[in-house]
Design a protein around this ligand. Structure first.
Ligand code: GTP
Ligand code: MG
Length: 226
């Protein structure tokens, strides 16, 4: 990856806006790219095209009256076997950890991803997503202990039909901002929500994509490996 293109997330952007970086981790084909696409484009094409390099999805949003520029970093899950480039983790403010609830191995591998993450960014908030629940809604009745064990908010999601995707991404932005502002309140708040969430495990579709934002702007940049 060309490291000179990485923005400095500790500094404001060109228009004085706050910047945050959110990374997506998880095995190949768990649906990381499709989840980002669903959130940003509200679209989903079922073809599989494994991410071969690094894609930066930029998302600008008004949060509490202030413009925030969010970069979602998406890379290939197979990178884990070659070890992820440390610059992928550099300055990350939050992480979305994804597994495929139809493939057990991807759930088992979460601990490897977390281990890597802790090496580089031990303190950042991490949100855990069980993707592809559209394949079998009964999976939402299963409990996945990993998230609770590591004190992470947990989401049953589907990039294919959009279930809980907005909620996952908006929470990740709020978590990233809270981390940047040295506040633990937000994570405490969503951990409380998580307790309630488990009492009612069938998720509702999040359709109010733009409800909290007055303005949004999206840009995608692909960075080739060097
Ligand atoms: N049924 C179903 N299939 C999904 C869902 N999300 C992704 N897929 C499919 O899973 C495959 C992989 O999705 P990607 O988003 O490319 O996976 P990825 O995690 O980005 O994979 P890498 O880039 O290789 O790391 C594609 O064929 C998708 O169509 C989902 O929510 N439901
Ligand atoms: Mg991908």
């Amino acid at each position: 990856m060309a490291t000179n293109v990485q923005p400095d997330y500790d500094k404001p952007g060109d228009e004085g806006e706050e910047r945050v970086k959110i990374i997506c981790l998880g095995d190949s084909a768990v649906g990381k790219s499709k989840l980002v696409e669903r959130f940003l484009m509200d679209g989903y094409k079922p073809q599989q095209l494994s991410t071969f390099a690094l894609t930066l999805f930029n998302y600008k949003s008004q949060i509490d009256g202030k413009t925030v520029s969010v970069d979602f970093w998406d890379t290939a899950g197979q990178e884990r076997f070659n070890s992820m480039h440390p610059s992928y983790y550099h300055q990350a403010n939050a992480c979305i950890l994804v597994f495929d609830c139809t493939r057990k191995i991807t759930y088992k591998n979460l601990s490897e991803w977390l281990k890597d993450l802790k090496t580089y960014r031990p303190e950042i908030p991490c949100l855990c997503a069980a993707n592809k629940i559209d394949e079998d809604l009964n999976t939402t009745k299963k409990s996945f202990a990993f998230a609770k064990k590591h004190n992470m908010p947990f989401y049953y999601v589907s990039a294919a039909d959009g279930t809980n995707v907005v909620r996952l991404f908006k929470d990740s932005i709020r978590a990233a901002l809270a981390y940047k502002h040295n506040s633990t309140d937000f994570m405490d708040e969503i951990m409380k929500e998580l307790e309630n969430f488990e009492l009612d495990p069938i998720p509702s579709k999040a359709k109010d994509k733009n409800s909290q934002d007055t303005e949004e702007d999206k840009k995608i940049v692909t960075i080739e490996n060097s």
